[in-house]
Design a protein around this ligand. Structure first.
Ligand SMILES: N[C@@H](CCC(=O)N[C@@H](CS)C(=O)NCC(=O)O)C(=O)O
Length: 231
């Protein structure tokens, strides 16, 4: 057994938030199977444009179905309090560029906690925070205890610089080349060194199969830890 999951996310994506929470929760079990996970920021708007796709909520039938699907997903993942913010859809270039800088200049755990923090800020009712606006992004980062005041200012400055704009663009182009049309997008290598894409927060059983992990080993502790899932 063994393998690697590259998980590409935008904090504007509801299902991306569920994916981050789920993979972080499963990380130890995955490591026990020699499977590592790495998260990467992308710009979902660019993936939509680049692939010729449209966000599902722009098609009335998909938007109507999404009400059921979203409620079921939240329940499955442990009744997480998540609601689309009143300012949906957020244009997340600024926080996603900031995350690109953070990923390369801060420890992996800080980067992952910040990704979580930004998802949480955008999606947690009743007072979702619009971290696409610099002052609000600054106050969310500053209140996290992850960064000094100076580090927060540096992140804000770097998020406006070409290097980190280009990094977000490169990540987005990379997934488009892999065939991405939405998020969450995952590129997975198995123990034979073979690679395949996986789309969505609801395909993990296929992924475990691909990785050679008896999927009950993972699912048995999900979504409610300690409770045996009905297999
Ligand atoms: N069935 C997937 C749906 C994921 C999804 O709808 N993702 C949105 C962004 S939040 C997207 O990019 N969708 C593109 C599409 O469905 O074509 C899941 O449960 O995760």
């Amino acid at each position: 057994m063994g393998g690697h999951i590259d998980c590409y996310l935008d904090c504007s994506s509801f299902y991306g938030y569920l994916t981050l929470l789920y993979l972080l929760k499963q990380r130890e079990q995955l490591l026990a199977h020699h499977v590592t996970v790495d998260f990467h920021p992308i710009f979902l708007g660019g993936v939509n444009v680049g692939s010729g796709n449209k966000p599902p909520w722009t098609l009335p039938a998909k938007a109507a179905y999404g009400v059921f699907d979203g409620a079921r997903a939240k329940k499955y993942h442990g009744d997480i309090a998540m609601e689309a913010p009143p300012f949906f859809p957020p244009l997340t270039l600024l926080p996603q560029r900031a995350l690109c800088f953070i990923k390369s200049h801060h420890p992996p755990s800080t980067f992952e906690q910040t990704f979580h923090l930004l998802f949480h800020a955008l999606w947690t009712p009743p007072s979702q925070i619009n971290v696409t606006q610099a002052p609000l992004l600054r106050s969310v980062l500053a209140s996290s205890n992850l960064y000094t005041e100076g580090q927060v200012e540096e992140i804000l400055v770097k998020a406006g610089e070409k290097e980190w704009k280009d990094k977000l663009l490169d990540n987005t182009k990379k997934v488009l080349e892999q065939g991405a049309f939405g998020a969450p997008w995952m590129w997975v290598r198995n123990e034979e060194g073979k690679e395949e894409p996986f789309f969505g927060s609801d395909r993990f059983h296929f992924m475990w199969e691909y990785l050679g992990i008896p999927w009950q080993d993972i699912e048995i502790l999900s979504p409610k830890e300690g409770e045996k899932a009905k297999l």
